[in-house]
Design a protein around this ligand. Structure first.
Ligand code: SF4
Length: 419
């Protein structure tokens, strides 16, 4: 799947007249198909043992090579285009500012998160390095080549940040350290800061400390679910996956103490059955701890256990984006906001003129994540079309223009002309 093609298959709740929230009752994962023995744990890739020969573009019609981190990493399609190892253009984006790297192994991620394209149950049909993740392919590249290219570009590098995404694998902690060390040996982390997208399930406080000592700048925890119940249902016991809410919060607290204020955060996916009140209460909790929230709009990832479900309706998503921005960057608080009986935001607790100013500035509707070199509230990690097709953008990977703002105002049911 490419990030470049608009999709015409709009899920039902994005269509006019559809429901305006993804309810808890609706957002139930399906059961996985059983995995044949000869497909488990990367068995097919390991049995064929094809040697990698450099850049590998995901292609499930050919034998997937036997690639392993720390020698190999995968990267987003946007990062591969920006790095110059792949041809392509991105709708209304010149490049991405974040080099998102993903650890890779034939065994893949051993967790089974229901919304994720990398989940373990997919080994039944697709080798790990060929799986789509946040709507795009993730080509594999030798780590030494990645470092060579970025080091060669020096101060002219388009990247404002690098991020290592860990997965649930017995080697993930050790290999994250190796990838980070290899990077900081050649590239000054002050010039291109490094974020860690962690996997708390396999980590200890000592692992968090080590990653900080080695020069990483921001540590995030992909909580993903906004409540303990949704966490359990989508990435814990409900789908035979090893994660627990308690362990994720334990590592988040460690990150808070070790990385310090504004240098830790959590990912949250909006639209998996929580209310807008639930998610904004969590955003407030993170801000009160000194951290940030990075938001994703739920999209039914092809091949995942939630691929039959609707994407988050745009009005629900926009209200949460706006509320989150107000709490994270405009000094607002969830207690000052108003919610209806279904937990929808009906008031943001700000004077109308200030609210209009925030909406028109439109940074609230850009992709959220770790900052780059433009401003604290502008994410380097712009993830082009990672949570929506270009035809119906959820997170804008660029600065929305006047027409975009008009569309956003309509989605928010806010007047498009003010007096
Ligand atoms: S741990 Fe992360 S990569 Fe693995 S299945 Fe869950 S969300 Fe996907």
């Amino acid at each position: 799947m490419s990030c470049l093609k608009p999709e015409t298959n709009i899920p039902p709740q994005q269509k006019p007249g559809a429901a305006d929230i993804n309810s808890a009752a609706l957002m139930q994962p399906r059961a996985p198909e059983p995995t044949p023995k000869d497909r488990r744990n990367g068995a097919a890739v390991k049995a064929a043992d094809a040697s990698p020969t450099g850049f590998y573009k995901p292609n499930y019609n050919i034998q997937t090579p036997n690639m392993r981190s720390p020698d190999y990493v995968q990267m987003s399609t946007a990062a591969a285009i920006t790095l110059g190892v792949m041809q392509g253009k991105m709708h209304r984006c010149g490049c991405t500012r974040c080099l998102n790297l993903l650890l890779t192994y034939p065994e893949g991620c051993r967790a089974n998160c229901a919304y994720c394209g990398l989940a373990r149950h997919r080994e039944a049909s697709r080798d790990y390095a060929d799986r789509n993740f946040i709507r795009v392919d993730w080509p594999a590249v030798p780590m030494a080549e990645v470092i060579d290219k970025v080091a060669r570009d020096g101060a002219n590098s388009p990247f404002h940040r690098m991020c290592i995404s860990m997965i649930t694998h017995p080697r993930s902690d050790e290999d994250t350290v190796s990838v980070l060390k290899a990077w900081t040996d050649r590239i000054d982390p002050k010039a291109i800061p490094v974020s860690i997208l962690s996997n708390p399930t396999t980590m200890t406080r000592a692992d968090v400390k080590k990653l900080h000592e080695l020069g990483s700048d921001i540590f995030t925890v992909a909580l993903d679910a906004a409540t303990p119940e949704i966490f359990d249902r989508t990435r814990g016991k409900g789908v035979d996956s090893p994660h627990t809410w308690r362990k994720y919060w334990e590592i988040l607290q460690d990150a808070r103490e070790i990385f310090g204020p504004q240098k830790f955060g959590a990912h949250i996916i909006v639209g998996m059955g929580e209310t807008e009140y639930d998610v904004l209460t969590l955003v407030q909790r993170l801000v009160d701890l000194g951290g940030h929230s990075h938001m994703f709009c739920f999209f039914p990832e092809k091949g995942s256990l939630m691929d039959h479900l609707p994407a988050t309706p745009r009005d629900q998503w926009r209200r949460v984006q706006l509320g989150r921005y107000i709490i994270d960057y405009a000094g607002g608080r969830v207690e000052n906001m108003a919610f209806d009986d279904a937990g929808r935001v009906v008031g943001y607790g700000l004077p109308q003129a200030q609210l209009d100013g925030i909406v028109d500035k439109a940074i609230a509707f850009r992709t959220s994540g770790c900052p780059g070199k433009f401003a604290e509230d502008i994410s380097a990690c712009d993830r082009p079309y990672g949570d929506s097709p270009p035809s119906n953008i959820a997170s804008y990977p660029f600065q929305p223009n006047k027409r975009d703002v008009l569309k956003i105002r309509k989605q928010l049911d806010m007047p498009v002309k003010r007096h």
